[in-house]
Design a protein around this ligand. Structure first.
Ligand SMILES: Nc1nc2c(ncn2[C@@H]2O[C@H](COP(=O)(O)OP(=O)(O)OP(=O)(O)O)[C@@H](O)[C@H]2O)c(=O)[nH]1
Ligand SMILES: [Mg+2]
Length: 388
């Protein structure tokens, strides 16, 4: 496997140099404006890999110059982060104790440490209180066959059993399905919809690289984002960088035609403009198109950092586009992952992918039940997972 960085004044020049040296099969792995310390090499850096790099696991993908290495911390940094971690732990303990007494149903207080801890952990993860209560109650029922009677204390020895029941209870309430396209139909077509700035375009490119180019599947990128010139240009230049087809379409009938003309492709990705509440009413034709096309797999792209109540409102508003999957972005921008789970539980829609940063294509994950359980139960969490 050969991986090499190319520097130049423009991305296009750097790509041209790479393609000249490595050939048309070479695959773009990363690109960015160079940090000041290597600026003398050129304004932009692109990293290319030859064909043998395709399919390499994400961990082995190259880092760009100036990106932080996986870090040996200075001793002072070590001490500080240990202290911060301890402080966080203490604060978490205090917060849990407060949550427990303030919000837990009265009959739980002093009854079962496991139940009140689990409730505190779920609400700390911002799982809505009602759902958190239902889950721990049901987990308790799984263990006891009934709600824990007042005055009864769960024995310590019961903890692993309860933690397993809690994990099973959470797991039974959502699904994960990291697929693109619907059924065996070819080409597989995925559309990304969502509010402005949620990460649709960059996620689409991550998906196209990971599931298209890296897997050597012919890909086409289509954009319905004619609202802003810059938006279409963003995807057009990504398509040029990746060396895949791109079309900007103004109407749903031209979108349908473009799909028809490209039946030979394996994967077609459709980017859409960010739609705010007001826009949703005006996007009737796109909504009707996506809602009625049985072959298009629509993913609703939402930032994980959005507040739970806003998220629910947004998901409900986007229902007119009939999204089949929920795709959460910007997991790196929050520490509370309960709303991801609770929206999946509330709507019954499977979680498809997560994005965890701005790097293309590395910061993309296929959603899996294990990952979601880790995110949601991280407070109650480690115990519940290891008990499962
Ligand atoms: N931190 C972080 N930033 C992200 C992530 N995904 C996307 N972004 C950033 O969010 C910003 C918006 O991303 P876009 O992909 O342009 O969002 P969009 O939904 O296409 O935006 P519109 O087309 O304007 O609606 C960009 O700066 C992205 O780099 C992520 O997982 N984490
Ligand atoms: Mg966009």
């Amino acid at each position: 496997m050969k991986i090499k960085s190319y520097y130049s004044r423009t991305v296009e020049d750097a790509i041209a140099a790479a393609r000249q040296e490595m050939g048309p099969e070479a695959m773009l792995m990363n690109s960015r404006k160079t940090p000041p310390e290597v600026r003398h090499l050129g304004e932009y850096e692109v990293v290319f890999a030859d064909a043998a790099a395709a399919g390499a696991p994400a961990e082995t993908l190259p880092k760009l110059a100036g990106e932080p290495a996986p870090v040996t911390r200075a001793p002072l940094g070590d001490r500080l982060s240990t202290e911060v971690a301890e402080l966080k732990k203490e604060l978490e303990g205090m917060r849990r104790a407060i949550t427990r007494t303030a919000y837990a149903p009265a009959q739980w207080i002093g009854v079962s440490q496991d139940i009140s801890d689990a409730y505190a952990a779920l609400t700390a993860a911002e799982v809505p209180a009602e759902l958190a209560r239902e889950i721990v109650q049901a987990a308790g029922d799984r263990v006891n066959g009934t709600h824990p009677p007042a005055g009864r204390t769960t024995q310590k020895a019961d903890s692993p059993v309860f933690q397993r029941a809690l994990t099973e209870e959470v797991a039974s309430r959502f699904t994960a399905d990291a697929t693109l396209g619907r059924g065996p139909a070819q080409p597989r077509i995925a559309a990304l919809v969502g509010p402005p700035g949620s990460g649709k375009t960059t996620t689409l490119v991550k998906l196209a690289v990971t599931y298209g180019l890296a897997a050597r599947r012919p890909v086409l990128l289509l954009s319905m984002d004619t609202y802003r010139v810059a938006a279409a240009d963003q995807l057009r230049s990504y398509a040029a960088i990746l060396g895949v087809g791109f079309q900007l379409l103004e109407t749903v009938s031209s979108l349908a035609q473009a799909i028809e003309e490209n039946r030979g492709k394996e994967l077609i990705f459709i980017d859409t403009p960010g739609l705010a509440y007001g826009d949703l009413e005006d996007s009737e034709s796109l909504a009707h198109f996506l809602a009625t096309r049985g072959d298009i797999d629509t993913h609703l792209v939402l930032p994980a950092s959005m507040k739970a109540a806003d998220l629910s409102r947004m998901v409900d508003a986007f229902e007119i586009l009939r999204p089949r999957h929920l795709l959460f972005t910007k997991l790196d921008e929050t520490g509370s992952y309960g709303p991801i789970f609770s929206e999946a539980a509330r709507t019954g829609k499977p979680l498809s992918f997560f994005t965890t940063g701005q790097r293309i294509p590395e910061d993309l994950e296929a959603a899996s039940p294990e990952r979601v359980l880790d995110l949601v139960l991280q407070g109650a969490g480690c115990r519940a997972r290891s008990a499962a």
